[in-house]
Design a protein around this ligand. Structure first.
Ligand code: GLP
Length: 241
């Protein structure tokens, strides 16, 4: 039997259809995180696809972190948020992909003169203006991270252009970052951070610093984030040279 393939990716169409179906289940929250996916047999019968196709699609989504498998117990919608480290995505995009609705609560969303430390991080000369965003990031009303971003005002002229997503605002200004350098470090969350993130003082957190660049090399953002260690997994694909 001839296998129909997607002309762009050359992946079998049945596989892609099933992946989309499972992704829809996750994104529309038809099954909640932590709950089991229907069995391979039920999925293959309902969608009239072979067990092999079903197994491959599930394996692909396990690799992406949307599903998890427990030996002998079945396949579940992942509870932890698995974030691939090699893709330059925003908090908003990461959460939407998992069917969670993102929201920001701002402590600061203003404009001011660059500090010496910020001018180093952003390659700006003293006296330049920068937009500062300080916010708690929520997914489905649960606090997940705290972020402090600094963006040159030459890129983002008005802080109020950021309603919820910084990258969406930058996209509209044709200034979406194209490349970034990121540093991850283990931290224990201090009293203020723990209170904002609804965890105990001293809980594990991940401090993430990101400097993002435009195509022409200008720095677009310098962001320090504190992600909850009890929720996030950062994964990367590794290759030999
Ligand atoms: C992640 C990154 C930040 C970036 C943010 C943008 O959290 N660690 O460096 O600023 O995404 O997300 P959004 O567009 O949702 O504001």
């Amino acid at each position: 039997r001839r296998i129909c393939r997607d002309p762009a990716t050359h992946q079998p169409l049945a596989y892609l259809r099933l992946r989309r179906a499972i992704r829809n289940i996750v994104e529309h929250r038809d099954i909640e995180p932590g709950q089991a996916l229907p069995s391979e047999r039920d999925l293959s019968q309902a969608l009239k696809l072979s067990r092999v196709t079903v197994r491959k699609a599930i394996a692909g989504l396990v690799e992406e972190g949307l599903l998890t498998q427990r030996h002998g117990a079945g396949t579940f919608i992942a509870e932890r948020i698995v974030k691939p480290m090699s893709r330059l995505t925003s908090f908003t995009e990461d959460l939407r992909e998992r069917g969670l609705s993102p929201r920001s609560e701002f402590f600061e969303r203003g404009i001011g003169e660059v500090t010496p430390e910020e001018s180093m991080a952003l390659n700006l000369s003293p006296g330049s203006l920068v937009v500062r965003l300080h916010r708690v990031r929520y997914g489905q009303d649960e606090p997940l991270a705290i972020e402090r971003s600094v963006v040159p005002a030459s890129v983002l002229p008005d802080p109020l252009l950021v309603h919820d997503s910084l990258y969406e605002a930058l996209e509209k200004l044709n200034a979406r970052p194209r490349r970034a350098l990121q540093r991850l470090r283990a931290v224990s969350l201090n009293a203020q951070q723990a209170r904002l993130l609804h965890v105990n003082v001293g809980s594990a957190g991940l401090s993430i610093e990101r400097r993002s660049f435009l195509d022409d090399g200008r720095v677009v953002e310098f962001t320090c984030s504190w992600y909850r260690g009890d929720i996030y997994d950062f994964v990367a694909e590794l290759q030999t040279d």
